[in-house]
Ligand binder design. Sequence first.
Ligand code: UTP
Length: 660
Amino acid sequence: MTTSTSTVCLPGVFRGGAESRSQLSAVESLSQSMISTENLDLLPERGRAAVLSLIESDVDSSQSHVYGDWPEAGTQDEGKKRLSEQLADLNASYPGGLTDYLSKARTLLKESADGLNPFEEYEAIVPEGESLSFDGEGTMSFAEAEQLGMEAMSGAVFVLVAGGLGERLGYSGIKLSLETNLCTNRCYLEVYVQYIKAMQYLARQKTGRDDIRIPLVIMTSGDTDPLTRQLLKDNNNFGMDDDMISIVMQDKVAALKDGNAGLALDGDDRWSVQTKPHGHGDVHHLLHREGLVDKWEKEGRSHVVFLQDTNALVINSVVPTLGVSKAKGFHMNSICIPRLAGEAAGAITRLEHKTDPSKSLVINVEYNQLDPLLRSQGECTGDVADETGYSPFPGNANNIIIEMGAYAKTLRGEDQGVVLEFVNPKYKDESRTDFKKPTRLECMMQDIPKLFQKEMKGTANVGFTTFDRWFTFSPAKNALEAGVEAADKGSIAPGTMSSAESDKYIQNQRKLKFAGVDLDVTEPEDLVKVAGIPVTPGPRIILAPAFGITQEEILNKVKGNNKISKSSSLVLDGHHLTIKNLNLDGALVIRAGSESHVTVDGLTVKNKGWELVENDPSKEYEETVAIRGYTMAKHESQEYIINEPGNFVIGPDGEVKKVD
Ligand code: UTP
């Protein structure tokens, strides 16, 4: 039983005199759950301030379970101090402090409980954007977009949001450390870094300016930060200069237990508030808070490219998307894929305000909100396909390119890059007050158009660029079991490590086919199941970023009559590597250093090659193997690693000859 020996008067709460009834009841309920001065005195200064501020703002006692019923000073003092420190941390890490967070939460939770429709005032229409096709027709020439994009690349900055827990993938390490494919075993982070370095190399070549340096910022969270730093350290930043790579860490936010935004205490520890990730929307405020956007603007950089952690395909579409941004003057450009009607993917939508055009904006609308919105307007058809077989609204792959000037201006506005949050509680029952498990406020990076609209007074030019799915989107998000279940139900995108790996091979098949190589491109009906997931039977092809990202590079480096059999595996890496008249039936790896000019001319390779071996269900495997479902048996391969500067030819006999 708690006994309070004396209580503390809080400024702004105990006003005395003629208080209103509500003030009185607030004071009454507060005084019942007061904290003793002895308890307050044992807290560190910042903890004490945080506890007092929580009590002061708690007019309806929603937080009394946090500060009330404390045992007398002398009992559990360590816990009290720890709790107060945590409250101070939560205060410091949220713009506006914990009080602001809880007040926003209360409003959003009320709106959620009332079932408020956020789009009542709007009509959805298809926004303006471009559709590009690597190997077909688009609304703009792919080559032209790529050329414009390459010109803009010297002003690009890359930001990788990598603070997510990856609960669906069920991997205990960080997603960035996972191997993108078993031919090269390169992890996601290495692929992104290699890509940025390759773009820097190309930008220097195109401009003749050796001073071009393209930076990378990684947003981590408490869950991913130490392992991300370790991964970089263990691998010497994968060759990126120390001063070109930086990390910003997002904080978690307090979890909420009920519709009044009561803080959720840990079930096993009364002195700890549960915390949860706040979402990737934190990235904008963090870049602003750390002064990075101001710095980039001063350096004359022009665009920020936002990437996610496990979608290795996206690197193909950055250059052409940048080109579209330049051509159309887009302040924000979302990389999109064709969206099936009803697909559980957000859609880029123009929301036209019914009465006030200045409130109209182009923004991502989640699929569960799009259908009711479309049902409430026009012919009330809802989220249906048009004559193309797809929804007319492009599917958001959520990789974004933002123009620096508009971004910097917006971030300097009163919200400082804090994007509008939302809450998504799972209610226990119809009363919509108690939750099945604690919830929290979340924010998404794609919601920044709301800030653009506010700060740029309706002049923000927000658009999208759509690509074929094979070209840009196949993230690894799901555990193998969930992927198998989805595949069995007919899903074309199970989203596992294995489907992501397979899609990378298929993408490269298509790129080489486009350049005239004689090979079988795996169509959906050709996929074969390995560990329950449909994957390509081959050829397995990895084109390293240094070999070729752009269409122009692929066309320049692949010449003559090349033939690759279905059972083959091929790795090509090197800025000055050219393939001519290759006949491959097996495994071949060629890596050339940045000053090694290598031409493969007339080479024939035949060996036992590499093969996928399914995991044996009766055996235990380490986590990275278990989530993929197979290993790769490298029976036989031919490998060339040439780092010596100079000109080389690999001829029909397989010998490497230096030529002048
Ligand atoms: P995901 O949708 O993949 O979510 O995030 P997740 O949290 O990583 O995975 P699940 O839902 O637990 O399975 C999309 C991107 O946003 C990043 C992720 O790292 C990924 O690159 N992210 C997500 C953050 O940076 N911070 C967050 O709080 C959440």
